[in-house]
Design a protein. Structure first.
Length: 467
């Protein structure tokens, strides 16, 4: 190759991250070749010994990447032949780089998913703990960024706990599709050698081999799914970041960020900027862009392998790393922020936030809701003009709007009672939120058990391959 061609086609900068997985895949492959009597036992044993040495070099940082080679797979094979001689070339019997790279990428992404799920669940537990400490902290709930109804901070934060829970679920569901082994599909049509694909799949911890060799080497659905999962997770992080930015402003004053996760101004000494939240919000753009990159790269590709597919790794790996960092920083921010409950309760007093409860009260007195809506609207206008809150209006004045209103109305429209009475499943009452917390804790435990179990599967696989 011309040097410019090598530079243009090289994927080493990105696929070096797959090096250890490439060695594991090769170990499983050569053990299968040996068992199936496809290559001589002596060659297979020498290759396995050489691959184990390369694995040790990678773990110790001694493995040197040769920039004159085009990808990590070639680097591993060249190093192998340096160790064991020309017999190392027999390793590639019954496979192609097409199925090899897909297998490596899938193994890499399995670990990435487990790591991401663990980080998300840690964040969820952090949010749950903040919610538990603020089960009685009342704040305005918003629609259209206008005061709507009173809620608790616990209820608000639990909404994100369940959003992030869906992010974990999506990753786990994608993991099941990732966890199929293409190795042995060869270039596209399978191989004439009597290989045992189930053996290699099992050796590498995959649940089964892929079903169709052409699909095996052309499929990058799993890469697109990872990009999508990252992008949607980034969107949820961005949404929470936006609220933290607003809440930490002087206009809101609901929270104060810890100094460790804030920055100062270069010129204004009084400022404390929520830069971490802003950066998380900003980085959602790159995650969305990476998803578009993967989908566009795949659009219109004919079967089977095309070199365009070399471009699948950078956006997916970059997106996963960036979003994982954002999850870590979000955990640190939310678990160290200070909550100003007094300021939140003061904000609840603005905007006649208990108007819906007065309307609901009238409905219980036999007034049709639409009629009740109009009655309360008139009462709200009265409060605005008089500078009063609904619960401050004397009963005699309230009865001017409807003779159905009685003394018991004040037990309904006090802000705290507005919260306590919303005890429908999923509602904002302390009892409802307590159930949400209980369910969320069970969900976190379930997902962490999944991560632990799957991680142990791979530890056993690698131990057997290296043993």
């Amino acid at each position: 190759m011309d040097d410019s061609t090598l530079r243009f086609t090289s994927s080493l900068e990105v696929d070096a991250a797959l090096g250890y997985y490439d060695v594991m895949g090769s170990l499983a492959h050569v053990k299968m070749l040996k068992k199936c009597n496809i290559i001589p036992k002596g060659d297979a044993d020498a290759i396995a010994t050489g691959l184990k040495k390369i694995a040790e070099e990678m773990e110790s940082g001694e493995f040197e990447i040769d920039d004159s080679l085009e990808d990590i797979h070639t680097c591993v094979e060249f190093r192998l032949t340096e160790i064991v001689g020309p017999g190392g070339g027999k390793l590639h019997t019954g496979r192609s780089r097409n199925d090899q790279v897909s297998t490596d990428f899938r193994m890499f992404l399995r670990d990435a998913v487990l790591e991401m799920v663990e980080k998300i669940e840690r964040l969820r537990m952090g949010l749950i703990e903040v919610a538990e400490n603020n089960s009685g902290s009342i704040m305005p709930g918003f629609t259209h960024m206008q005061h709507a109804q009173p809620v608790t901070l616990a209820h608000h934060l639990m909404a994100y706990v369940f959003k992030f829970g869906r992010d974990s679920e999506r990753l786990i569901e994608s993991y099941e599709r990732i966890n199929e082994c293409p190795l042995g599909s060869a270039a596209l049509a399978g191989t004439t050698f009597p290989i045992d694909r189930k053996m290699t799949a099992e050796s590498l911890g995959f649940k089964k081999p892929t079903e169709n060799s052409m699909d095996s080497v052309s499929d990058r659905d799993f890469a697109a799914e990872m990009a999508f999962c990252s992008a949607l997770l980034a969107d949820h992080l961005s949404s929470l970041s936006e609220e933290l930015v607003l809440w930490s402003s002087q206009e809101f004053g609901f929270i104060e960020m810890d100094d460790r996760y804030s920055t100062g101004s270069s010129i204004m000494p009084q400022k404390k900027n929520p830069d971490i939240a802003e950066l998380i919000r900003g980085r959602s753009g790159s995650a969305i862009g990476h998803l578009v990159s993967v989908l566009t790269m795949l659009k219109g590709l004919p079967l089977t392998y095309n070199r365009d597919m070399q471009e699948d790794k950078r956006p997916v790996i970059d997106s996963l790393q960036s979003v994982a960092d954002c999850v870590d920083m979000m955990y640190k921010m939310v678990t160290t922020m200070k909550v100003d409950t007094k300021r939140m309760e003061e904000a609840v007093g603005k905007g006649q936030i208990n108007a819906t409860d007065l309307a609901d009260y009238l409905v219980t007195k036999g007034v049709p809701f639409r009629e009740a809506h109009g009655i309360v609207g008139a009462a709200v206008r009265h409060c605005i003009s008089g500078g009063l809150r609904l619960e401050e209006v004397p009963l005699a004045d309230l009865k001017k709007f409807s003779d159905r209103i009685e003394e018991d109305v004040y037990d309904v429209i006090s802000v705290r009672r507005c919260v306590e009475r919303r005890n429908s499943y999923g509602g904002t009452s302390p009892s409802s939120v307590a159930l949400q917390i209980e369910n969320a804790r069970a969900s976190v435990e379930e997902k962490m058990n999944f991560v632990t179990y799957e991680s142990q599967v791979y530890e056993r696989c690698w131990s057997r391959l290296l043993g």
